[in-house]
Design a protein around this ligand. Structure first.
Ligand SMILES: Nc1nc(=O)c2c([nH]1)NC[C@@H]1CN(c3ccc(C(=O)N[C@@H](CCC(=O)O)C(=O)O)cc3)C=[N+]21
Length: 283
């Protein structure tokens, strides 16, 4: 078998077209996203400019707020407070990782949940479990949209999530559970990773380790979702799955790049538009 390639770019594009219509229906309200970027980490700058370009293409107002690496936590928190109260801003994203002297939890909790388009605030994290109006984290929610778009039914399927970060692994399991999958979490301390992943109908590889998942780790016909954003020895972007060997055995697989990444940004736009709709009571 050779797997179907799940084209994240194409799915992202089709979702962005739908978002254009929703923006047009906002009757003059322009969705606004504020991105706070601290320091001058090259990778962060690249991601942030991708986010800004995506906003621009859709007619979302984006405001970049740059602060020096040495910024104090209280200055950052004041900036967040101003954005919380700014009625032109519907989404606030503080680019992670933060410098070591700033407490990530305090920063995340300073953003009002209604503008937390990353879905990292404890209120949004909690509502993912209990229900209620919330934002879901962009990467796992984007993966759910990809699975839906591909017509992959999750009911009763065994999904194995490899990785337990707050940003991807943990919310991924919750979202899969909501869609009635049976969920197993694996991580760096899992005793026999292969024993678990071999059982999976769907493997989500989100551990941040290049080639962690090979053909030997999956069963014939499994769906492989690769969240990895690693660099190989030549500096080339690569995922957590050994793409070529997995492709030969899986029924569907996401490439890196062009898989989950474009969906992450699209879901950020999606959450920003959703927020503008909620604030303007269109929804
Ligand atoms: N508060 C916050 N929210 C985030 O959502 C957030 C963050 N901080 N910090 C950094 C990570 C990383 N991230 C990516 C988004 C899109 C691609 C993406 O579109 N990747 C392209 C390729 C990009 C390339 O070529 O370098 C792809 O996979 O095809 C990658 C990585 C969001 N992050």
């Amino acid at each position: 078998m050779s797997a179907e390639i799940i084209d994240g770019k194409k799915i992202a594009q089709s979702m962005r077209e739908q978002l254009k219509e929703r923006i047009a229906n906002l009757q003059g309200v322009t969705p606004g996203l504020a991105v706070v970027l601290i320091g001058d980490n090259q990778a962060s700058q690249t991601y942030v400019s991708m986010k800004q370009k995506a906003c621009e293409n859709l007619g979302i107002y984006s405001r970049l707020i740059r602060m020096p690496e040495s910024v104090s936590e209280s200055d950052l928190l004041s900036t967040i407070n101003e954005l919380n109260e700014d009625s032109t801003i519907h989404g606030i994203l503080v680019q992670l990782p933060l410098p070591a002297h700033i407490d990530e939890t305090s920063v995340i909790e300073a953003i009002i949940p209604a503008k937390d388009v990353d879905g990292f605030h404890p209120i949004n994290v909690g509502r993912l479990q209990t229900g209620g109006e919330a934002f879901y984290p962009c990467t796992p929610n984007g993966i759910m949209k990809m699975l839906e778009y591909q017509g992959i039914d999750l009911t009763g399927k065994h999904a194995v999530v490899v990785g337990r970060s707050n940003i991807v692994g943990k919310p991924m399991g919750q979202l899969l559970l909501k869609e009635s999958a049976t969920v197993t979490y694996c991580h760096s301390k899992t005793a026999d990773l292969k024993a678990h992943t071999k059982q999976a109908d769907i493997v989500v590889a989100a551990a941040g380790i290049h080639n962690l998942i090979t053909a030997e780790h999956i069963k014939e016909g499994a769906v492989v979702i690769d969240v990895g954003m690693n660099r190989d020895s030549e500096g080339k972007l690569c995922g957590d799955a050994d793409y070529d060997s997995c492709k030969a055995k899986a029924s569907a697989i996401t490439p890196v790049p062009g898989g989950v990444g474009p969906m992450t940004i699209t879901m950020l736009l999606f959450n920003t538009v959703e927020s503008a709709e909620r604030f303007s009571k269109v929804k």
